[in-house]
Design a protein around this ligand. Structure first.
Ligand code: MN
Length: 672
């Protein structure tokens, strides 16, 4: 082995033992030499020995403080090249754990963005879900892949321009979102800056030049601010490390694009970071900062009380420094800082130099579940994988928001989520039957873009069904695939119904010749169901009516003024418009109630008047009390016009006080 690589090995060992003193150096050396031998004679496009790449990947993994198996797999990640015998070799020499990791990395080697190599979407999606599933099995596979990609981006300038673009696009589409979701923000920022550099070189250079122009001035400004804050903290006996770190070029660029700001207007190019020892110190340090500087009330975030779902915790505030320049200040403990920088990698725990296999943070569980769900939706959506991916990408990329259920539980959603996304996040049924939403107690449209801190209440109705345009404004893959699936299923149901209707129609035509509509009423196109007239309100032709679907008893038609309507609407399976079929000749029973002055011949006159209208009287009941007479009359009526005529005639009878149509035409009520 070249001497330089002996020295490099010692450097790597020092880097690892700094956080993992029980490192098995012999094991690592064996992997190191194996990789060195396998790659001997191979060169990178940069002219360097290929082994240099493997070494750098291992160093990146060590900077994430990962375990020896992961680092060894990093060294070996490129020796396999789909070579089965080589994998068996690795299994024998380094054990199943390393072999599994190396195989995992090899399995996702040929991941490409759609279109990048003329590959079809389907193939891409297959690879993508393959990768996701391998991640579910062992998340370290994706960490190795990310380290591999980071070093490839660091050396991308040696590749031809076309290749540069392809790889940069792929990095932007796949690896940046994954690093983001895993909370590897240090690694993500570096990838992002490279993507920016290779895909938008002009802007990149312009911005880099501008930042350099006033760098000294800005660094002095920040340093004096750092010194002032340090002095205040030490006066208050708070132990803290403070640094003023420049933000990444890409994050500055993105900010200037988002806010449409000229570079000159942006002052928060630096973030000041205060790292304290204990959790309580975070809030004390915040008090000191707020006590000595004005701050933007609207820019304070407490990610300690409410961590992001990738585990990020920190206090964020934006203060006014000298000359009223805005500077962002982040306050966190050392442990939070690790998670902020390296996300999931910071969750690795060591025991005697080994990964604690049983240790699974809730975060890891969540993430695995998330990836599994995604892989499943991808596999179930072979016909439109691109759309699902688009949604997935948005989901990975967007900032998170936190909203509350009415019971105060926090639901985290990607930024841009709507009440529908919330509903589907709570439960599929809540989403499917979502009728409307209240945000902070007020009705809000389903397209409403939720904001952090809002309380969302979903109003559901058993009769509500998804609308096809819902897919246009939901933003979580979960809501999207659930709605799509519902439509797929209901389409099947609808064609089934259509089939049934055709058969019913055929029968109807035969039956129609024999039996006309018995009740003279139709309900909204439902020609083939039993229709009954309600016994409580006895509608007549011409009345405004509503049909209610019942279980096993067809449709019952009520007057829309029926006193039972509200109760019916609540309890029935659904209500439908009904209309009268005027061609049918059918009488309806109606009960009238009359009140008049008691006098001789009253009953006779009423009967005579009703007879004049060619109306059949079914029953009459009269009851005299004091000087008044109260009567009930059940008559046969053709339609509403006919009924109105009868009532008008009766009301003109001498001595009548009033005539009313009553609900119910059955047994006349006997007055007591
Ligand atoms: Mn590689």
């Amino acid at each position: 082995m070249q001497e330089i690589y002996e020295i490099e090995f010692d450097r790597l060992v020092r880097q690892i033992t700094a956080y993992n003193p029980k490192l098995d150096v012999d094991f690592l050396k064996k992997a190191y030499c194996f990789s060195y031998d396998e790659h001997i004679g191979q060169l990178r496009k940069s002219g360097e020995p290929y082994f240099q790449h493997c070494l750098e990947v291992a160093a990146i993994l060590a900077s994430l403080r990962l375990d020896a198996a992961t680092i060894a797999s990093g060294l070996l990640h490129d020796v396999v090249e789909d070579n089965e015998t080589m994998l068996q070799d690795i299994d024998q020499k380094f054990g199943a754990e390393v072999a599994g990791l190396v195989a995992g990395v090899a399995g996702i080697r040929h991941l490409k963005t759609p279109g990048a190599n003329g590959k079809t979407d389907e193939r891409y999606v297959e690879n993508y879900s393959k990768m996701l599933l391998s991640v579910v099995r062992d998340i370290r596979v994706v960490l190795i892949k990310l380290a591999d990609r980071l070093h490839n981006m660091r050396t991308l300038k040696y590749l031809p321009e076309k290749k540069q673009r392809e790889i940069a696009v792929e990095t932007r589409e796949i690896y940046v979102p994954l690093a983001n979701r895993l909370g590897l923000s240090r690694l993500k920022s570096e990838l992002e800056d490279f993507v920016f550099k290779f895909l938008n070189n002009e802007e990149y250079k312009k911005l880099a030049r501008k930042i350099n122009e006033k760098r000294q001035q800005r660094e002095q400004y920040i340093q004096s601010l750092v010194d002032t804050i340090a002095a205040h903290l030490s006066t208050n006996a708070i132990k803290a490390g403070i640094e003023g770190r420049p933000k990444s070029l890409f994050s500055i660029y993105k900010k200037s694009q988002n806010r449409n700001l000229a570079f000159e207007e942006m002052y928060d190019l630096f973030a000041i970071r205060i790292i304290v020892e204990k959790l309580e110190d975070c809030y004390q340090a915040l008090n000191v900062v707020h006590g000595n500087f004005e701050h933007r009330q609207d820019k304070f975030y407490d990610y300690i009380a409410r961590p992001k779902s990738n585990g990020y915790q920190s206090l964020h505030t934006v203060i006014f420094g000298k000359e009223n320049k805005l500077v962002e200040v982040q306050i966190r403990t050392e442990a939070m800082h690790r998670i902020a920088e390296d996300g999931i990698a910071a969750h690795w725990k060591y025991k005697e130099g080994k990964l604690e296999d049983n240790h699974l943070d809730k975060y890891l569980v969540d993430f695995r579940q998330y990836l599994r769900q995604l892989a499943e939706s991808l596999q179930n959506a072979k016909d439109e994988p691109r759309e699902v991916l688009e949604h997935f990408k948005i989901d990975l990329f967007k900032d998170e928001i936190f909203v509350y259920t009415p019971r105060g539980e926090v639901v985290s959603l990607p930024g841009g989520s709507t009440p529908l996304d919330f509903a589907f996040a709570v439960h599929t049924d809540v989403g499917i039957h979502c009728l409307g939403a209240k945000v902070n107690g007020n009705m809000a449209p389903l397209q409403y873009k939720l904001k952090s801190g809002e309380t969302v209440e979903i109003i559901t109705s058993a009769n509500q069904k998804p609308a096809i345009d819902w897919v246009n404004f939901v933003c979580t893959p979960r809501a999207y695939t659930k709605i799509k699936r519902w439509f797929k299923n209901s389409m099947r149901e609808q064609s089934q119904k259509l089939g049934e209707m055709i058969i019913h129609d055929a029968f109807r035509k035969i039956l129609d010749k024999a039996s006309p509509f018995e009740n003279g009423v139709r309900v909204q196109g439902l020609d083939n169901v039993l229709v009954h007239l309600a016994k409580c309100c006895h509608p007549v032709s011409g009345d405004r009516i509503l049909g209610f679907i019942t279980k096993g008893n067809g449709v019952i038609v009520h007057r829309s003024s029926c006193k039972n309507i509200l109760k019916l609407m609540e309890n029935s399976e659904g209500n439908l418009e009904g209309y009268w079929d005027l061609e049918r000749d059918k009488n309806f029973l109606v009960r009238l109630q009359m009140l008049g002055h008691d006098r001789i011949n009253f009953l006779h006159e009423v009967s005579a008047i009703v007879a004049q209208t060619h109306t059949n009287i079914v029953s009459v009941n009269m009851h005299a009390q004091d000087s008044c007479i109260q009567g009930h009359l059940v008559i046969e009526i053709k339609n509403l016009l006919h009924l109105t005529q009868v009532i008008n005639k009766i009301s003109k009878v001498n001595g009548i006080i009033n005539v009313d149509r009553l609900d119910g035409a059955g047994e006349p009520v006997v007055a007591h």
